[in-house]
Design a protein around this ligand. Structure first.
Ligand code: IMP
Ligand code: MG
Length: 202
């Protein structure tokens, strides 16, 4: 099997992106964000907890290394899948959002998230940020899931939510590590791996 996980955990199938690949890609994303921010006095990055924490921490340092403008950081909390993993072809998921930053009127925001899957989470957060007066909201996701059988509703959401910055496309499987979890496990893996879905509840 290619790229077995170092720990040999039977619940993980294989590594998708290792630490070196991740750091190279994060530096490229920082460069792209900065290229679009020429002339901007200050950037406001809004990280989505919990999944986006490791990505945002690396992205922040990559931006600093590349001598970007002043950056302000905010964090939003969103919960969409709770302890489970998704079923196929869903139409709607309730997204619980808390910690919307105050005083963002007129700001240009880059929303930083671990993964774009069916799009419920980012669509809901973006809507709330714009309703709170943000001047613009760009979306930066580390992973972009290539959905195999999206419902019509999800196809519509995804069509309206094309992220400006994407780390890597990933297959339509449950992935973990580098911030991403199943039932709060695996967030601290320094790489991204594919989980074997049969071990986890839907
Ligand atoms: P969406 O609302 O369907 O786009 O799901 C996005 C949210 O669900 C992300 O913020 C993740 O926290 C979580 N999520 C979606 N797919 C995965 C996955 O494969 N592994 C871990 N978390 C995921
Ligand atoms: Mg998340």
């Amino acid at each position: 099997m290619s790229n077995p996980v170092p720990e040999g955990d039977p619940r993980l199938e294989r590594i998708l992106f290792d630490e070196t690949q991740i750091q190279i890609r994060v530096a490229e994303l920082a460069q792209a964000i900065l290229a679009d921010a020429v002339g901007v006095q200050r950037l406001r990055l809004v990280g989505v907890l919990k999944g986006g924490w490791m990505f945002l921490a690396d992205l922040a340092r990559a931006i600093r290394r590349q001598k970007g403008p002043r950056v302000l950081y905010e964090f939003i909390r969103a919960s969409t899948y709770g302890a489970g993993i998704k079923q196929g072809g869903e139409d709607l998921r309730q997204v619980a959002i808390s910690g919307l930053p105050a005083a963002i009127r007129g700001d240009h925001i880059v929303l930083v998230e671990d993964i774009l899957d069916q799009g419920f989470t980012l669509a809901a957060i973006r809507r709330q940020l714009l309703a709170a007066g943000a001047a613009s909201v760009k979306v930066c996701v580390f992973l972009d899931k290539q959905l195999e059988n999206p419902s019509a509703a999800v196809r519509g959401i995804r069509a309206g939510l094309v992220p400006e910055y994407v780390g890597f496309p990933v297959p339509d499987r449950w992935v973990v590590g580098y911030g991403l979890d199943v039932d709060e496990e695996f967030r601290d893996l320094p790489y991204v791996a594919i989980a074997r879905e049969e071990f986890f509840q839907k």
